[in-house]
Design a protein around this ligand. Structure first.
Ligand SMILES: Nc1ncnc2c1ncn2[C@@H]1O[C@H](COP(=O)(O)OP(=O)(O)OP(=O)(O)O)[C@@H](O)[C@H]1O
Ligand SMILES: [Mg+2]
Length: 355
């Protein structure tokens, strides 16, 4: 048997969050891992009911009360919990009702956060997806460009031979369609210019996007700014990043269909891993809309070129944005459910010599 002190030491150093609730399901104890998870100190939240701790996770708290009443332990994998600060986390959860004789009843809850693992796996998939589609497109574009140049050249030669304007119209059709295709190929290949980096503040980018968006948005759309002014300056190509963020916000605008809300949010994330590289500081631009969300069968592929849910869309906005952010060592992530779609642009803040 371990003594109380040893028991406490184990709890205080566990990676798993451990919460103990009393018979009324009010928080009695939370270990430091739990404090980190809930982003609150034990002092602040002691005595809170389970519903106060997780005000937006109705179904989950009902299941907990049921486990408490029935006395049956309960485990659920990959539960999505929404915290007081609206942050969504994914956890594996085990709940054990404590009903020993002569002791006050209670409930022991263990939470193991999965997001970090899930996020890294997902991020690797996004990068691999992006690289695979990019090399496929490069190869294909190369194969199409040469014959296309030949076709266009031949049409130009023919045009010179024709005196009949009717026939010239046909060659014009060939030339303009070849140009259209060339243009599409260039867009598919993404930015070919290297970034022109200079020291900028991230708000320079978001503010420009805000101004452009304000001008484009119909009356029923509200655009809200929520900035963290403490974000430090960093080296980047502002034009490229404006383009990337604009592609994302335009999608949000189109999804909202004249009515709704877009939030432009900036935040800093400390100690963050991007593309297997650890960064001390990462800037996040969150573009949040309350539109219908991205269809479940599309969400895994929206960063692929030519994937579109709009009849007039070309499906290039997001792959181009991803490629521009990638050139800055960053990544775009996305999560979506009806009523809340979040695109996050992650950009490492260190200059090269700091990495
Ligand atoms: N905020 C959003 N809400 C709902 N669906 C979205 C959102 N953002 C993107 N999508 C979906 O992802 C698809 C792909 O977006 P992407 O910008 O790559 O292409 P597009 O907007 O269709 O065409 P393009 O940007 O080239 O004109 C969109 O067609 C849309 O169906
Ligand atoms: Mg788009």
């Amino acid at each position: 048997m371990v003594d109380t002190n040893t028991g406490l030491r184990i709890l205080e150093n566990l990676n798993t969050s451990v919460l103990l609730f009393d018979g009324e399901l009010r928080l009695k104890y939370i270990n430091p891992a739990g404090e980190m998870l809930f982003a609150a100190s034990a002092k602040q939240i002691a005595g809170q009911s389970i519903e106060e701790l997780l005000p937006h996770s109705g179904q989950f708290t009902v299941a907990l009360r049921r486990a408490h009443e029935s006395g049956n332990p309960y485990t659920e994998r990959e539960v999505q919990l929404i915290l007081v600060n609206q942050q969504t986390i994914t956890v594996d959860c085990t709940v054990t009702p404590l009903n020993e004789h002569h002791q006050e009843s209670g409930l022991l809850m263990e939470l193991l956060q999965l997001d970090r693992h899930l996020r890294i796996a997902r991020e690797e998939m996004l990068l691999a997806q992006y690289q695979a589609s990019r090399s496929l497109i490069r190869g294909m574009a190369h194969e199409i460009k040469n014959p296309l140049g030949g076709l266009r050249g031949a049409a130009q030669l023919l045009e010179r031979e024709f005196t009949d304007t009717k026939l010239k119209e046909y060659t014009q059709v060939i030339i303009s369609e070849a140009d259209r295709l060339q243009n599409l190929l260039d867009r598919m290949l993404g930015p070919n210019a290297l970034p022109h980096k200079r020291l900028i503040n991230i708000h320079e980018i978001v503010e420009r996007v805000y101004t452009l968006l304000e001008a484009e948005a119909p009356e029923g759309i509200t655009i809200i700014k929520d900035y963290d002014p403490s974000l430090p300056e960093f080296e980047a190509d502002p034009e490229q990043l404006i383009q990337a963020v604009l592609n994302i916000t335009r999608n949000a605008l189109q999804a909202l269909n004249e009515q709704g809300r877009i939030i432009l949010q900036t935040r800093i994330q400390r100690n963050f891993t991007l593309g297997q590289k650890h960064h001390k500081n990462v800037a996040c631009i969150n573009i949040i809309d309350d539109g219908p969300g991205i269809a479940a069968d599309m969400i895994e592929t929206i960063f692929y070129p030519m994937i579109t849910g709009r009849p007039e869309g070309t499906g290039l906005g997001l792959p181009i944005a991803q490629s521009l952010v990638n050139q800055h060592g960053g990544l775009i992530e996305c999560s979506s459910r009806p009523g809340k779609t979040v695109f996050t642009v992650l950009l490492p803040l260190e200059t090269n010599d700091e990495q």
